[in-house]
Design a protein around this ligand. Structure first.
Ligand code: URA
Length: 200
């Protein structure tokens, strides 16, 4: 980990991370996208299958939901910094398919130094945690998304405040169109709270 590194230095160093075992079966590290001086930092859970192959966060189906929600909340997807709590894809191989497995707390802990280095380098005005795993990585405690979403949660020390919302992939798991629309609208509402916090 480059001490005091800027985002480019972190992106250069991340491929050699051996902080946990997830690097070995993964195709590559998936670090982050977006400007190093972004006011809003979005933190997802971990890269999925598509992201592992592409080397970029949120390029798969959950990314589509996220980009739509950002645009609806008035946030330019190109102007936010997007990263994940865990930087390698955790999966189980079943035949040819790679099935997503939620990262363990040990994986979250191993990856925390990267997130802290990103926070120090980007110094965003607000962090958006996408889902419970991301929120746990960001806040360092268990988070019930339903109870804590959509409000500005002050963080420890000189850390930026955090807005928790649902993970965009939770929308994709819903069967009915009306349910998906409502779940997306709820994410948009939470993102608007973050946009207002960032605008001061
Ligand atoms: N889900 C995440 O949490 N992060 C990604 O980058 C893609 C899907």
């Amino acid at each position: 980990m480059p001490a005091g590194g800027d985002v480019d230095a972190l992106r250069d160093a991340a491929p050699s991370c051996r902080g946990c075992e997830l690097w070995a079966p993964a195709t590559q590290v998936v670090f982050s996208e977006g400007p190093a001086d972004a006011a809003v930092m979005l933190v997802g859970e971990q890269p999925g299958d598509k992201e592992d192959l592409a080397g970029e966060p949120f390029v798969g189906p959950a990314g589509r939901v996220l980009h739509e929600a950002l645009a609806a909340a008035g946030l330019d997807p190109e102007q936010v910094y997007v990263t994940n709590a865990v930087k390698h894809f955790r999966f189980e191989q079943r035949g040819k398919r790679r099935i997503h497995r939620t990262p363990l707390v040990t994986h979250l802990r191993a990856c925390v130094p990267w997130l802290e280095a990103e926070l120090a380098a980007v110094r965003p005005s607000v962090v958006v945690a996408l889902g419970a795993t991301a929120a746990r990585g960001v806040l360092g405690r268990t988070v019930a998304v339903g109870q804590e979403r959509g409000r500005v949660v002050e963080a420890d020390g000189d850390r930026p405040p955090v807005v928790v919302t649902a993970h965009p992939s939770s929308v994709l798991r819903l069967r009915e169109r009306a349910e998906r629309d409502a779940a997306t609208a709820a994410i948009v509402d939470d993102l608007r709270v973050a946009a207002r916090a960032a605008a001061g």
